[in-house]
Design a protein around this ligand. Structure first.
Ligand code: NAD
Ligand code: IPM
Ligand code: MN
Length: 359
């Protein structure tokens, strides 16, 4: 019996609501397999915790989390706490503190999911964005000079290190080899304007590409990528992007795959010196919280990505098949998909399908 210790941080808003469905799929999968089990420890960290204690997480939080095999996170953020306080106090602290330098974000349109592009279908939308996850404009370097004066200046510096950039790019090339789709990596850049950071980024991309003669490369500026995602998404395979650009284009990617209710992600520390963290791309969605109508598919897909990181088992693909089954049946869908099902009903329906597929 393989036992995995999972730290569960449901967080805020719909994070709590979708988390239950992520756990449900893990338990269903474990029960079917019989030889794996999960031990969960829940952490009540988030904005409510902040309002009570003044901290988004405990002071020794990272030390506590370090002992787990993986972290599963719902979403962080609430209108009662400034976003930069809540996110830097919890989510970004874990990503950076645990050097989760890869953010793996698959963009895949499942059969039955609504695509906003009228001429495109599942065969056209199937690519992966590798987002650099600990540096760039997120490094927290900068400051405010002359606050509240007419001369006030805000500085937010992008930080790009050779070591980290090389590792992120190298992972993108290895993934293109593994996917074996077009054997292609697209470099997302903006070196026409950002004459230090992105010129450096392009240079490292070229250097790493040298070591992968079997992989084709292209370089697109991020503004053009935003257009090409809509015009010719079928030409993409693996894209590698800096932290901020990767953030922005993956919400656009989410729209291509049916909305934020479908977008899953993994924050990876490949060396396993620290636990990796898995979370849906979406936020806490204050506009629909407490209604029980959030789409849990992104969270379920995220749980599947966690399984793939923890074990090598081709059966995890059945989770995607189970989601697809529910979509094609069209009876149990949340309101974002024009249905009237509740979050937990979708979770139940996916688990039911998974039992039929694997049981
Ligand atoms: P959001 O992702 O929370 O919501 C954007 C829109 O998408 C909303 O209309 C929401 O209802 C909808 N939506 C998102 N997920 C959905 C789901 N699973 N099912 C159905 N509809 C869904 O983004 P936002 O409104 O920009 O941010 C809200 C809060 O979340 C802010 O505090 C923000 O900082 C935070 N945030 C956190 C994370 C994270 O924890 N990883 C990610 C993004 C935003
Ligand atoms: C995401 C989110 C976060 C990010 C925010 C909430 C800090 O938008 O995970 O995509 O920008 O990384
Ligand atoms: Mn984002």
């Amino acid at each position: 019996m393989k036992k995995f210790k999972i730290a569960v941080i449901p967080g805020d808003g719909i994070g709590n609501e979708v988390m239950a469905e992520g756990i449900k799929i893990l338990d269903t999968f474990a029960a079917i397999k019989g030889d794996i089990s999960f031990e969960y420890q829940y952490f009540p960290w988030g904005c409510e915790y902040y309002l009570k204690t003044g901290n988004m997480m405990d002071a020794n939080g990272l030390k506590v989390l370090k002992e787990f095999d993986a972290i599963l996170l719902g979403a962080v953020g609430d209108p009662s706490v400034p976003d930069h306080v809540s996110l830097h106090g919890l989510l970004l602290k874990i990503r950076q503190g645990f050097n989760q330098y890869i953010n793996l974000r698959p963009i895949k349109l499942l059969p039955g999911a609504p695509c906003p592009l009228k001429d495109k279908g599942p065969k056209d939308i199937d690519f992966v964005v590798i987002r650099e996850n600990v540096e760039g404009e997120y490094a927290g370097v900068g400051g405010i000079r002359f606050p509240d004066m007419p001369e006030e200046i805000a500085i937010q510096t992008g930080v790009f290190t050779r070591k980290n950039t090389e590792k992120v790019m190298d992972y993108a090339f290895k993934l293109a080899q593994k996917r074996n789709k077009f054997n292609k990596v697209t470099n997302v850049t903006k070196s026409n304007a950002l004459n230090y950071s992105m010129v450096f980024w392009d240079k490292i991309f070229k250097e790493i590409a040298e070591g992968y003669q079997d992989i084709k490369t292209e370089t697109n500026h991020v503004d053009a990528v935003s257009m090409y995602f809509l015009q010719r998404p079928e030409t993409y395979d693996v894209l590698v992007a800096s932290n901020l650009f990767g953030d922005i284009i993956t919400d656009l990617g989410a729209a291509l795959q049916g909305g934020l209710g479908f977008a899953a992600s993994g924050n990876l520390n490949l060396e396993k010196e620290y636990p990796s963290m898995f979370e849906p791309v979406h936020g806490s969605a204050p506009d629909i919280k407490d209604k029980g109508i959030a789409n849990p598919i992104a969270m379920i897909w995220t749980a599947k990505m966690m399984l793939d990181f923890l074990l090598e088992d081709p059966d995890t693909e059945a989770i995607i098949e189970a989601i697809t089954g529910v979509l094609l049946e069209g009876k149990t869908l949340t309101p974002d998909l024009k249905g009237n099902a509740k979050t937990h009903e979708v979770g139940d329906a996916v688990c039911q399908k998974l039992k039929m597929l694997l049981g």
